[in-house]
Design a protein around this ligand. Structure first.
Ligand code: ADP
Ligand code: MG
Length: 715
C-alpha cells in the first residue's frame, strides 16, 4: 500500500473527465414509472379477468392466496418477466442479517429433444426451499434441519432486477423454518400489521366507524448516506472491511461553515442521483426528495410514503440501488451510521402513521369533534405504548453501527421521549384536567364534544432533537440507523400500539354506545395522567434532559448489549405472544442473532484496526523515524547545532507517539484474545488516539491512508 495508492487515487480523480452526457433515459417519467414492476396494470394485461379479481382481493385484504390461481399467476408473471428480458426468477427475502437474500433459478426446463422450454409453476411461485443452513437463526434451526422455506407475499409486487447483461424476476417472500417459525424480518412485520389493523378496527368500530377493509400503517423512510470516491475508498482497508473509518482526524474545514446542507449539488453527485431516481421510478418506488445533508459528502433521499410492508421492501431496494449506482459512477455509497468520527452520522427517519379503510389518516387532527375523538384516541394510545415500552423501542435500534450515533449530540439520545409541540401538549393537558362536568372555558377538553383549535402544522418549531416527534400528521421515529431494515422498529411500534388500542377497545366495548364518549374521556384522561412523563418538548441533547429524564424514571440504556436484554424479558414475550407477532422462541433467536452480530462486528473492527496499524501505520512511522534520525545524524556530523534541536524535538515526538501506539497495539491484541467487546472497544479507541496524533505529525507524503479532508471533499 504506502503513499503510492493514496497518491495515485488523488491523481486519477484530478484527471478524470466528468461522466458522459446523454446517459439519462429518453422516455418521460410517467411512462417509465413502474415499468419493471408486476403491478396492477401488468396484472390486468397478463391475467385472465377472474384470476385478476381474486388476486386483487387477496392483495387488498391481506388474505392468503387461493392455490387454484397460483398456476395462472405464475404463468402470467413468467410471460411478463420474459418480455422484460428476465432469464431467472428468485424468491427475494430478508433474513435476520438485515440485508436481502436471493437465489436465482433460471426458467429453463429441458424439452428432452435437445432444447428447452421456459417454465414457472404456481408451486414455484408460492413456495421456495432455499438451503437455510447458513442464515442466522439464533438456534431455531438445528443443523440437521437445515431447510427453511420462502412463501410468496402477494402484498408486495414482484419486480425486475437488472444488471448490464441480464434481468431477474424478484418475488418478495417471507422466510420461515419448517415448523413455521419466522427466520426473517418480513414475517413478524406482516403479523404486526395484522395485529394493529385488528385492534385499530375495534377502536374505530367503538367510535362508530366500521367500514370494510383494513387499517394499515404507512411509512415514509428518509434515507441518509455518504458518497466517497471509489479510488480513495479502496486505499482505506477500514472502509472496505467495516464500512467505517477506524482512524482519521476531522479536517480544519468540516461542517462548521454550514455550506453543504441544501447547498448546490455537485454535477458528479447529481448525475448519480439522477440515475438513482430513474432506476427507482422504473421499480415503482416514489423517490421524491434529494438533497445535500449536514455533513460534507452526506446526502438524503426521501420517497413519498406508502403502505408499511411495501415501504419496507422499497427501502431495502433503495439501499441496494444506491450502492450499485454509486459503483457505476466510480463512487461508493456508505450506509454506515457513523463512517467518520467527529462528523455527523446517518440515520433513517421512520415517518409512521395509520390509514383507515376509507383512506383517512388517523393521525391527522381534524376539525370536527368526531375526528378529534378519533385523533386524540390514537394519539393517547401511542403515548401510552411508547412510554410503557420505550425499552423495546430502544432495543429495535440497538446494533453496533448505531451505537456511535445515539446520544452523540447529533442524533436522538438513547432516552426515548415524545415531542408533541406546544399546542398539542396544551390539549393533552386539557384532557388531563377535563372531566364530564368541567367547562371548555376552564381549559378542559371534552372528547367528541369540543373541536380542536386549529393546529398550525409547521408553525411549531420542529424539534430536531427528539427521538419520537409528532410532525403534524404522523410520528417520526428518528433513532433508526441508516443501514438498518425498517422492519424492526415498525414491528415494535405496531405491536405496542396494538396492545394500547386493544385495551381502549376492550373498555369501550364493555359500555353501552350512549356512554362511550364519557368513558373514552376517562380512559384518555387516565392515560395522560399515567404516561405524560414521556412527553418532552425541549432540547434532547442537553445534560439537563439527561437528569430530568432520570428524575422521571425514563430508561436511558446506552449500550447495545444492555438494550437487547429486553428481548428476552418475560413481559416482552407475553406482549409479542399475545398479538401473535413473535413467539418466545423467535424472540430468543433474535436476541441471540443480534447479540452475536454485535460481538462479531466489534471483533472484526478490532482485528482490522490491529492489521492496519501493524502492516501500514507502523512501517510508515518507522520510515519517518528513520528519515528524521538520518537527518539528525547528518546535522550532528556537520556540527549544525541549530538544526539539531527542532529535528531532535520532532524525532522525540515521533518516537514518543510510536511507543504509545505500540503499547496500545499490544493491549488491543490482548483484548482481542479475551473476546471482551468492552475491552476491544476501549483499546481500539486508545489505539486510534495515538494513530490520529501521528497522522498530524508524519510527513504528508509518507501518510498512506486517504485523509478525511480527501474522503469528504474530493470528487
Ligand atoms: P421532513 O420531515 O423532512 O420535513 P416531510 O414532512 O415532507 O419531510 O416528510 C418526510 C417523510 O414523511 C416523507 O417520506 C413523507 O412521504 C412521509 N410522510 C408524510 N405523511 C406521512 C404519513 N401519513 N405516513 C407516513 N409517512 C408520511
Ligand atoms: Mg424528517
Amino acid at each position: 500500500m504506502g503513499f503510492g495508492l493514496r497518491k495515485k487515487a488523488l491523481a486519477n480523480i484530478a484527471s478524470r473527465m466528468s461522466i458522459e452526457k446523454g446517459s439519462g433515459k429518453e422516455a418521460p417519467i410517467t411512462q417509465i414509472y413502474g415499468e419493471d414492476v408486476f403491478n396492477l396494470k401488468a396484472m390486468k394485461d397478463y391475467l385472465p379477468k377472474p384470476v385478476y379479481k381474486k388476486l386483487i382481493a387477496t392483495i387488498k385484504n391481506g388474505t392468503s392466496v387461493d392455490p387454484q390461481i397460483a398456476d395462472d399467476v405464475a404463468n402470467a408473471m413468467k410471460g411478463w418477466a420474459i418480455n422484460k428480458g428476465a432469464s431467472h426468477y428468485t424468491h427475494w427475502f430478508q433474513p435476520l442479517t438485515g440485508s436481502t437474500a436471493e437465489k436465482h433459478d433460471s426458467f429453463i426446463e429441458p424439452d428432452y429433444e435437445g432444447g428447452v422450454m421456459m417454465d414457472f409453476s404456481g408451486k414455484s411461485l408460492i413456495k421456495g426451499e432455499p438451503d437455510a443452513s447458513s442464515f442466522p437463526s439464533g438456534g431455531i434451526r438445528a443443523t440437521f434441519e437445515a431447510r427453511g422455506y420462502t412463501a410468496w407475499d402477494p402484498t408486495s409486487p414482484a419486480f425486475i432486477k437488472r444488471s448490464s447483461t441480464g434481468a431477474v424476476l424478484c418475488i418478495p417472500t417471507a422466510f420461515c423454518s419448517y415448523r413455521g417459525e419466522a427466520l426473517d424480518k418480513k414475517t413478524p412485520l406482516l403479523r404486526s400489521i395484522q395485529a394493529i389493523s385488528t385492534q385499530a378496527k375495534r377502536v374505530l368500530a367503538c367510535l362508530g366507524e366500521d367500514s370494510e377493509g383494513r387499517v394499515v400503517p404507512t411509512l415514509g423512510p428518509e434515507q441518509e448516506y455518504f458518497l466517497v470516491d471509489r479510488e480513495l475508498y479502496l486505499a482505506r482497508p477500514d472502509l472496505v472491511q467495516t464500512g467505517r473509518t477506524l482512524f482519521g482526524n476531522v479536517p480544519p474545514k468540516n461542517q462548521q461553515m454550514e455550506d453543504h446542507y441544501f447547498g448546490a449539488i455537485k454535477e458528479r453527485i447529481l448525475d448519480f442521483m439522477t440515475e438513482v431516481d430513474e432506476t427507482l421510478w422504473t421499480l415503482g418506488i416514489p423517490a421524491k426528495t434529494r438533497h445535500n445533508e449536514v455533513a460534507p459528502a452526506q446526502f438524503e433521499l426521501a420517497p413519498i410514503y406508502e403502505e408499511l410492508n411495501l415501504a419496507v421492501d422499497h427501502n431495502m431496494i433503495v439501499m441496494e440501488v444506491l450502492r450499485q449506482t454509486a459503483h457505476r459512477h466510480g463512487l461508493v455509497c456508505l450506509l454506515h451510521e457513523k463512517p467518520f468520527a467527529g462528523v455527523n452520522g446517518s440515520g433513517k427517519h421512520n415517518n409512521w402513521s395509520l390509514v383507515s379503510p376509507d383512506g383517512k389518516n388517523l393521525l391527522e387532527p381534524g376539525n370536527s369533534p368526531h375526528d378529534n375523538a378519533v385523533f386524540l384516541t390514537f394519539l393517547c394510545a401511542i403515548i401510552r405504548a411508547v412510554d410503557r415500552h420505550a425499552d423495546i423501542l430502544r432495543a429495535s435500534v440497538a446494533y453496533a453501527g448505531n451505537e456511535h450515533r445515539l446520544g452523540a449530540n447529533e442524533a436522538p439520545p438513547a432516552i426515548i421521549s415524545i415531542f408533541l409541540g406546544d399546542q398539542l401538549t396544551d390539549i393533552i393537558e386539557q384532557i388531563e384536567k377535563g372531566d364530564a362536568k368541567s367547562a371548555r372555558s376552564g381549559g378542559a377538553m371534552h372528547i367528541g364534544v369540543d373541536a380542536l383549535p386549529e393546529l398550525p402544522r409547521d408553525a411549531t418549531d420542529r424539534n430536531r432533537t427528539s427521538p419520537f416527534a409528532f410532525t403534524g400528521n404522523k410520528f417520526e421515529f428518528r433513532a433508526a440507523g441508516s443501514n438498518q431494515s425498517c422492519s424492526g422498529p415498525n414491528i415494535v411500534l405496531n405491536t405496542i400500539v396494538a396492545e394500547s388500542l386493544d385495551e381502549i377497545a376492550t373498555e369501550l366495548e364493555k359500555c353501552p354506545a350512549a356512554k362511550r364518549l364519557e368513558t373514552l374521556q376517562k380512559i384518555l384522561q387516565k392515560i395522560v395522567k399515567q404516561h405524560n412523563r414521556i412527553i418532552f418538548n425541549g432540547d434532547n441533547y442537553t445534560a439537563e434532559w439527561q437528569k430530568e429524564a432520570a428524575r422521571r424514571g425514563l430508561p436511558n440504556v446506552k449500550s447495545t448489549k444492555e438494550s437487547l436484554k429486553v428481548l428476552i424479558a418475560s413481559e416482552t414475550a407475553k406482549l409479542f405472544d399475545k398479538y401473535k407477532v413473535l413467539s418466545n422462541v423467535e424472540l430468543h433467536s433474535r436476541y441471540e442473532v443480534y447479540l452475536e452480530s454485535f460481538t462479531k462486528t466489534i471483533i472484526i473492527e478490532g482485528k482490522v484496526a490491529l492489521d492496519i496499524v501493524k502492516t501500514i501505520i507502523v512501517p510508515t512511522v518507522i520510515e519517518q523515524i528513520r528519515q528524521l534520525a538520518g537527518t539528525l545524524r547528518e546535522l550532528q556530523d556537520l556540527k549544525m547545532k541549530k538544526g539539531c534541536s527542532p529535528i531532535g524535538a520532532k524525532l522525540d515526538k515521533a518516537t514518543g507517539l510510536f511507543e504509545e501506539m505500540s503499547h496500545s497495539l499490544e493491549k488491543l491484541e490482548k483484548a482481542l484474545s479475551s473476546h471482551s467487546t468492552d475491552k476491544i472497544i476501549d483499546e481500539m479507541s486508545a489505539l486510534r488516539s495515538s494513530v490520529d496524533k501521528l497522522e498530524l505529525e508524519v510527513d504528508d507524503s509518507l501518510w498512506p491512508l486517504p485523509k478525511y479532508s480527501e474522503l469528504l471533499f474530493i470528487y
